[in-house]
Design a protein around this ligand. Structure first.
Ligand code: FAD
Length: 288
C-alpha cells in the first residue's frame, strides 16, 4: 500500500525521518537505531538522500529496503534531482525497485554554491513527472509553511507547490517550523489554492544549541519568543535544553493533533531516545 493511502485509513499518520550514517561511520550503526525506532510503531520511516552519507548514492535505497525487509515498516526514500542526470535518476530508481521500495519523496535538492546544477531537472515537479511516467512508484513532495527560502513570497511558493501536486505528488511533508500558526496559515492557503493531498507537519525536536543555529540558517524558520526564551535560558545546560526541546516538540504536536492535522513527521536526527520520549508522550493521541 502506498504511503498516501495510509492517510485514508488512519486518523493520524505518525512517521519518522532518519539519515544515513555519516561518511566516517559504518552503515551498520543505523540498524541499532532502527531496531529502537521500530518498537515505537511508526506508520512509515523516511530516509534522506544526499552528500554526506556513507556508501554514496545507493545507501538510501539500501537502508530503505532494509526498513521494509528487516523491520516490516513501509519506507519512504528521499531522492533529489538537481545534481543528477536522467540516467543517474534511472539508476537510483532501478536500485529502489531492486530493494522493493515503492514510495519516493521527490526533491529538487539544495543548490550548492559554486556548483553548477545539471540541466535534466530544474524543479522537484520535473522529477515527480519523470518518475510518474516511469511507473511503479508513489510520490511525495516537500512543502514549506513559511515559504521556501528562494521563493519571492508564500503565495508564489504555494502556486509552485500546486504544480508539484498536479505533476503527481500524492502526499506532502512540511519543512520544520516552531510556530504552529505558520503551519495553520500555510495549510489554509494550500487548501484554498486547490491542494487537497494530505499534508504532514514536520517536527524537529531541538536538543542542542549548535543544531539550532545550523538549521535556522539553512531553512529560515522563524523563532517565536517562547522558543528563543527557552534557548537562552538553557543553552549552557545541555541536559536541560534537551528536556526543554523535547517538551516544546510535544507541545507543538499536541496542539497540531488537537487542530486535526493529518500527520506528524518527526525529524528524529537518528536519536531513538528523543523519538521514544516524544512518541510515548503522545501515544494515546495517535488514535484519538
Ligand atoms: P522545489 O519544489 O523544486 O522548489 C524549489 C524552489 O523552486 C521553490 O522556491 C519553489 O517555489 C520554486 N519552484 C518550484 N517549481 C517552480 C516552477 N515551476 N517555476 C518557478 N519556480 C518554481 N535535501 C536533500 O538534499 N536531501 C534530502 O533528503 C532532503 N529531504 C528533505 C525533506 C523535507 C521534508 C524537506 C522539506 C526538505 C528536504 N530537503 C532535502 C531539502 C530540499 O532539497 C530543499 O529545501 C530544496 O532547496 C528544495 O527542494 P524542493 O523539492 O522543495 O524543491
Amino acid at each position: 500500500m502506498s504511503i498516501a493511502k495510509l492517510f485514508a485509513q488512519k486518523n493520524v499518520v505518525f512517521s519518522f525521518e532518519i539519515f544515513p550514517p555519516k561518511r566516517d561511520s559504518s552503515i551498520h550503526t543505523i540498524w541499532s537505531t532502527l531496531e529502537e525506532l521500530r518498537d515505537l510503531r511508526p506508520d512509515f520511516i523516511s530516509v534522506t538522500y544526499g552528500a554526506g552519507g556513507s556508501g554514496g548514492r545507493s545507501v538510501t535505497a539500501q537502508i530503505a529496503g532494509a526498513i521494509r525487509q528487516r523491520y516490516g515498516i513501509p519506507p519512504l526514500a528521499h531522492l533529489t534531482c538537481v545534481n543528477s542526470t536522467r540516467q543517474e535518476v534511472e539508476e537510483s530508481l532501478r536500485q529502489l525497485r531492486e530493494e522493493g521500495v515503492e514510495d519516493i519523496l521527490a526533491l529538487r535538492g539544495d543548490l550548492v554554491p559554486g556548483v553548477t546544477p545539471k540541466t535534466d531537472f530544474t524543479y522537484a515537479s520535473d522529477l515527480v513527472d519523470f518518475i510518474r511516467r516511469q511507473g511503479g512508484f508513489s510520490l511525495s513532495g516537500a512543502c514549506y509553511p513559511e515559504g521556501h527560502t528562494q521563493a519571492p513570497d508564500l503565495d508564489t511558493d504555494i502556486q509552485n507547490l500546486r504544480r508539484k501536486v498536479e505533476a503527481g505528488a500524492e502526499h506532502l511533508i512540511s519543512q520544520l517550523f516552531f510556530d504552529n500558526d505558520s503551519f495553520y496559515r500555510f495549510a489554509e492557503k494550500a487548501r484554498a489554492a486547490g491542494i487537497s493531498v494530505p499534508i504532514e507537519a514536520g517536527i524537529m525536536p531541538v536538543v542542542n544549541a549548535k543544531q539550532i543555529l545550523r538549521m535556522v540558517s539553512l531553512c529560515g524558520a522563524s523563532l517565536p519568543p517562547k522558543f528563543t526564551r527557552m534557548i537562552s535560558r538553557y543553552e549552557q545546560n545541555p541536559a536541560a535544553l534537551r528536556d526543554a526541546g523535547i517538551a516544546y516538540a510535544i507541545d507543538q504536536i499536541v496542539d497540531l493533533l488537537a487542530q486535526g492535522v493529518e500527520g506528524i513527521h518527526l525529524y528524529t536526527m537518528n536519536d531513538p531516545d528523543v523519538a521514544r520520549r516524544i512518541s510515548q508522550a503522545v501515544e494515546n493521541l495517535r488514535e484519538g
